[in-house]
Ligand binder design. Sequence first.
Ligand code: HEC
Length: 206
Amino acid sequence: MATNIRMTAGRVIFAIVSIITLAACSEPAEEVAAPGPSYDMDALKAEARAAIKEFGPALKTELQNAMSTGGVVAAIEMCNLTAPDIAVATGERHELQIGRTSHRVRNPANAPDEWEAARLQEFLVAAEQGVALKTLDFGAVVETDEGAVFRYMKAIPTGGLCVVCHGQELAPEVVDTLGKLYPEDQARGFEVGDLRGAFTVTRKLN
Ligand code: HEC
């Protein structure tokens, strides 16, 4: 009888330990700190950077063309309509997904997910510590429900052209148009040299 009770207690303790272990294991193990040897991180980063090198200037060219031909309101409409198409086309060429995000988004569709939000916070801290924005990037292999994914982000600084639509003092027609298209706009009040956001690249690895 006494042995039985002891055994039962033992089982209970075993059960409790198992539950604790299970709970610990089921925590989202999102990030893989050291990617397996099969991933060529340099090549993955190079491909992401190549896509960004195409995407960034393509957007800027479209923006400048729209501004010089149709003015700032036309340029806002261009950003609204064309930016996502340029992202899709660039992504298809490089077999990855590319976009832009920010800690303060204009379009809620560009809002960062948890991983991106964490990187943006790191970029902000680094920027505050004086790290040059153009050197800020981060790439990692991340485990998701759908398997391993390469993720990469690169900081976007606010330049002189950008403050026309993202700055502190906006022309009335800019305020008007933004108000209509983006009632939840958070992407105003930036100064030249501020972190405006980041390019974000995702690529499935299997
Ligand atoms: C003519 C106005 C205009 C100018 C100039 C402009 N932007 Fe934007 N920007 C927009 C609009 C409109 C959006 C929302 C696009 C969308 O709907 O996806 C946007 C979105 C963004 C986003 C995506 C995140 C978000 O907030 O939704 C980033 C990053 C960004 N702009 C950076 C820049 C940078 C950097 C510059 C300067 C090189 C710049 N913009 C110049 C109008 C402008």
